[in-house]
Design a protein around this ligand. Sequence first.
Ligand SMILES: [Zn+2]
Length: 156
Amino acid sequence: MLFKTHIMFSLAVYFLLSYFLLMPVWVLFFILLATAFVDIDIKSSRAGNRWYLRPLQWMTKHRGVLHSLIAGLVLSLSVGMISLWAGFGFFVGYISHLFLDCLTKSGVRLFWPLGWKVKGFVRSGGVVEDIIFVLLLLGNIFVVGKFVLSYLFCMI
Ligand SMILES: [Zn+2]
């Protein structure tokens, strides 16, 4: 999936979680950070397009170890040592990214090092992804708009 779709989906997940959990707003930063982070294993991604990431990209395959549950867990626990909410946000962002990539035709080795891939039917950058993106965008605009309107009406 494309960067923009991952960001929109992670935002939607944040809005959904904040409906049930009383979490600090800054957790969203770690959710978005993790969502972007997962694709540093490919240089054509927005997050991976940095010269200093080349050695890492030479050592790992795209959708290899970084696109696995074990990497998400280990990295989130590491971030969680700094702050539990930060670790939670990182985990949510990581899992959100993996979930979307599992819907794609190329799939993800979710249980790396096992070779088995979890695949879907969506082509990255295709029409179905565009539809998913637009629906997520509209949903997020609706939630933010509703929040802003309720805030404005409380002020009156
Ligand atoms: Zn990915």
